[in-house]
Design a protein around this ligand. Structure first.
Ligand code: FES
Length: 361
């Protein structure tokens, strides 16, 4: 046993190949095969007993059976043999040959059950599950460091917890830009609104003033046109009007109350030996002024150029060229005196003798 313990991995592998080549026909072959599997098992135990969780997988083989630490070249060689299928045949005896040691070292006892009936005919080889799959893990196992992930499922499990703190640290490291204060923006917006409101109001005011002026001008123009459509019309008093009964006009009386309204003097005076009531026209025969009746002087005096007229209307002084004119007068149906201004009578024409120009008192 002491010699077997000192055998290196290369020697163990060589013995296994020799056993495979010699077959079970050799008489001492089973003994050798039965005795030698301890070394491969040691290797398998070494690789199998180095789960990723254990920090020091290489410590056990050195302390265990003294086979020595396999070199990297040997481990790689074993792995290649496994992958090429050569190790498939050798795996079975390896699993069968290591019932006892595998029970103590291998984590999977299921592989030991089928191998219990068969003696360890061939040197045991490490299983695929026990061997590291990638070169980095193999190298790490050989160097005694913590092996890398044996499968893809193991990698994220170990990487995720380390990624979280970095992800949390990033937002803290980002510089937060200062946010603009709302009141400033609101004030600027309010100022802009005020300016726009002022401009709109000013424009609206100018437009309103312009439209108002245009409307006023149009209205005045329309009124001017309407003024031409309705010319001035003098409202003249009627040409016929009643002045009252004859008793209201005593002899020698000059009634002046109808001068302003009708332009007529109603006179009761004696003419050519006959008392008559007649109506004198209040228009000076010079230039058309209105003479005044002077009761004290018993005459009509024109204020314009000084023409004078007697009570019967005959001119006697001033520039007046002829006597005053008379209006037609008559007694109406109701007995009142009625003056008709549509007819005039002139003394120089001998018209005063017309009975229509007077009423006998
Ligand atoms: Fe009466 Fe000239 S108008 S005097």
């Amino acid at each position: 046993m002491a010699d077997r313990k000192k055998m290196s991995v290369a020697e163990i592998l060589a013995a296994a190949r020799a056993q495979k080549a010699g077959g079970d026909g050799a008489g001492n072959a089973p003994e050798t095969a039965a005795a030698e599997p301890a070394a491969p098992v040691e290797v398998e135990a070494t690789t199998a007993s180095t789960p990723p969780a254990e920090p020091k997988p290489a410590a056990k083989p050195a302390v265990g059976k003294g086979g020595g630490r396999p070199s990297v070249a040997d481990i790689m060689k074993m792995a290649r043999q496994k992958s090429s299928g050569e190790a498939t045949a050798a795996e079975k005896p390896a699993a069968a040959a290591a019932p006892k040691p595998a029970a103590a070292a291998a984590p999977k006892p299921a592989a030991a059950k089928p191998a219990a009936g068969k003696a360890a005919e061939k040197p045991a080889a490490p299983t695929m599950a026990a061997l590291p799959r990638d070169t980095a893990s193999i190298l790490a196992a050989a160097r005694g460091a913590k092996p890398g992930p044996t499968s893809k499922a193991d990698a994220p499990a170990s990487a995720k917890p380390q990624a979280k703190p970095t992800a949390k640290a990033k937002p803290a490291a980002r510089p937060v830009p200062p946010k603009p204060t709302r009141p400033v923006v609101a004030k600027k917006a309010a100022a802009t609104d005020d300016r726009r409101g002022f401009l709109s109001i000013a424009m609206g005011s100018f437009m309103a003033v312009g439209f108002t002026a245009l409307s006023v001008t149009g209205g005045l123009f329309s009124l001017g046109l309407a003024r031409f459509l309705f010319p001035n019309v003098l409202a003249e008093p009627p040409s016929r009007f009643k002045v009252g009964f004859k008793e209201a006009f005593p002899a020698g009386k000059v009634e002046t109350k109808y001068v302003a309204q009708y332009g007529v003097w109603v006179v009761n005076s004696e003419v050519q030996g006959e008392e008559q009531i007649y109506a004198l026209k209040t228009v000076c025969t010079h230039l058309g002024c209105t003479p005044n009746w002077l009761e004290a002087e018993q005459k009509f005096k024109c204020p314009c150029h000084g023409s004078g007229f007697y009570k019967d209307g005959v001119n006697f002084e001033g520039p007046a060229p002829r006597p005053l004119e008379r209006y037609a007068i008559q007694i109406s149906d109701d007995g009142q005196l009625e003056v008709d201004k549509s007819r005039t009578f002139q003394e120089e024409l001998g018209q005063w003798s017309d009975p229509a120009s007077y009423v006998t008192a």
